[in-house]
Design a protein around this ligand. Sequence first.
Ligand code: SF4
Ligand code: SF4
Length: 385
Amino acid sequence: MNYRINPRNNDKISLLAFGCMRFPKDFAVCEQMVIRAVDKGVNYFDTAYIYSGSEVTLGRILEKNSLRGKIFIADKLPTFLVKKSSDFDKYLKIQLERLRTDYIDYYLMHMLTSPKSWERLVALGIKDWLEGKKKAGVIKNIGFSYHGGAEDYKALIDLYDWEFTMIQYNYYDVNSQAGKSGLLYAAEKNIPVMVMEPLRGGRLVSRLPSAAAELFSGLKPGNTPAEWAFRWVYSHKEVLTVLSGMSNLEVLDNNIKTASSGEPYELTEEQESAFVKVREHISENTKIPCTGCNYCMPCRSKVDIALCFSNYNDIPIQGKMNSVVNYHSRGGSRRASLCTGCGDCEPRCPQSIEIRKNLKIVKKKMEGGIYRPFGALIRKFMKTN
Ligand code: SF4
Ligand code: SF4
């Protein structure tokens, strides 16, 4: 296993991290996978309050096999469920009980969506609470996970002395969500970045256009699209570890192999240009050819244009319901319906996208009909109105 050193505290963290969200239902299989992963050097396990059964399963396995001291646990406060100050203690207590431990190594504010979402917690006293838990040794490192656009990510970074963050990052999302600019921004501030969704929910493997898959096999026969997707993320030295939600031993073994490679992860020019072409092949199959470059920003009505298009483009991959949920929960406060049609953004788009026309389509698909009350409910629940 290859490791990287956390520049903030010298923790030696495995390049591959175990995302426990997709733990299989069978406890014995989970146990076998966790033991195998630890044996092979994986030492970072990520879970969350809202991943059904995941904390409990991980806690049972760690206790039964005396593994707690060998790994780092990352867990997440369900910020969207917090209504009052006492909820901080309430959720952490449950999490510690479920995990059968008395400390959490990496504690994240789950899915902050904007500076507003953090400021709401600040008003409830989260800063003092976190500092108290740190002093008591219950929480070792404080961070947040994020799925919104780059602008808000950078603003959030500047609002607190974060010790790490977690973002979605893969070779297709170079310019969407926090993206490369967000990754570099965090690195400049000496904030380590954990990466999730290296395979973009499996799309970069199972739904890859055949021309793109052929490009990968032409680079090095035998290397799979998954392997290339991981290698691309690993090629960023700013990334501390990469989470994979593994649900069977075969996937675990393959991912361990890639993360243990003796070869350097830096990409050659030929490989870099293959990734550019792969991206083009994927874009050809997307409805709105937005690259997420954000040249169209800022929007005076605070629409996150790239995020609106990205959630809409994800419908064939994630399914309509998941995409609508993501749209309202991750970017609800910057949704398409806020567009006033001023047109300022369009001359700035290098792809010559008719932004206003496409935002209307997005609005209809993601906010129209039954999705109107449904979206309002999600935004209310996730506090992204
Ligand atoms: S046209 Fe809409 S999206 Fe574009 S800048 Fe104006 S309000 Fe924002
Ligand atoms: S400028 Fe065009 S391609 Fe770039 S993010 Fe805006 S809409 Fe997308």
